[in-house]
Design a protein around this ligand. Structure first.
Ligand code: DX5
Ligand code: ZN
Length: 298
């Protein structure tokens, strides 16, 4: 334990330093065949989007039931055509919110068009920072209907992952770099009622995920070293996404997290990401709806 603690935390958080990146970083992304994105969505989310960017409602409507839709978001019923552009979901990361006004902060992004709420759970071991546990997730569950996307930056996802699922998380992601048997963690999270997925640190070889891809409802590609909001985007990680979409044939949600904003969201989308996490770019903006729209449309 002492030896483990002697490893610099930042290095451990960065992943497998020393393992060469298998990526040919200079390759033009267009050369990789990108299959259409899958529509595997967290519990409760049924978002389809056609070329005009209109969405399906979250739930089927009862006959005659009134439901308000924003003017530019008329309901879209039916399966997406082959020509549909990839569905893009925006997930504000609560880490950059004002926790003294949590309810208002969540309402502002829900009203601003957020598709998911990204919750960063840190244990002070896997990353050099601490945030919150299932108790807070349970409280957040009571104040919003947004699907909750829990990103576990913790050393014991097998022990705590199911607790976040029971607290109301729709999808729980855990890092491929943590020791232990991922199969047991997938089983435990799913048995507790959430979808499960895995996360890759910037330095981690994307092929480490290969055995687990059939179990992943979501793959989260970190575009910063995890631990803190407000860091600069690392563009080299984008080369992992065409490998996931192409040679590894991963059809599920590919989420990207870290340094995403209007200036970086476009390249992340073009690489094949369809869930864009943004903390500071949304919560530091006075107009949350405009910030979410700029990221979605980048
Ligand atoms: C970092 C977290 C991110 C973070 C993103 O460890 O996983 O979700 O909140 O914040 P920004 O968008 O500011 O980089
Ligand atoms: Zn995160």
């Amino acid at each position: 334990m002492l030896a483990k603690r002697g490893v610099p935390v930042a290095l451990r958080a960065f992943g497998d330093l020393g393992e060469p990146l298998p990526l040919r970083l200079g390759d033009p992304l267009e050369e990789v065949q990108v299959p259409p994105p899958a529509l595997l969505l967290p519990r409760g989310a049924r978002l389809l989007e056609d070329e005009a960017g209109r969405r399906a409602p979250d739930e089927p409507r009862a006959q005659g039931e009134e439901q308000e839709e924003p003017e530019d978001r008329a309901p879209f019923h039916g399966a997406p055509s082959l020509q549909s552009r990839p569905l893009v979901k925006v997930a504000p990361s609560l880490l950059s919110a004002d926790f003294g006004r949590l309810k208002d902060e969540i309402a502002s992004v829900a009203e601003g068009g957020a598709d998911l709420l990204h919750l960063d759970v840190m244990d002070g071991h896997f990353v050099p920072n601490l945030t919150f546990g299932p108790f807070i997730v349970e409280a957040i569950r009571r104040i919003t209907d947004l699907p909750l996307d829990c990103h576990l930056m913790i050393e014991e996802p097998l022990r705590y992952g199911p607790e976040f699922a029971k607290a109301g998380a729709d999808v729980v992601t855990f890092h491929v770099e943590v020791p232990g048997d991922p199969a047991r963690t997938f089983d435990a999270i799913e048995a507790a009622g959430a979808k499960a997925g895995m996360v890759l640190n910037p330095a981690t070889d994307v092929r480490r995920l290969e055995p687990w891809l059939p179990r992943c409802a979501m793959v989260l590609v970190m575009s910063v070293v995890p631990g803190f909001a407000g860091q600069a985007f690392l563009p080299d990680v984008l080369a992992k996404i065409p490998l996931l979409r192409g040679p590894l044939r991963y059809p599920g949600d590919v989420e990207i997290d870290g340094g995403i904003g209007p200036a970086t969201a476009g390249e992340a989308k073009r690489a094949g990401a369809n869930v864009l996490v943004a903390g500071s770019a949304i919560f530091r903006a006075p107009d949350r709806a405009a910030a979410i729209r700029r990221i979605r449309e980048a």
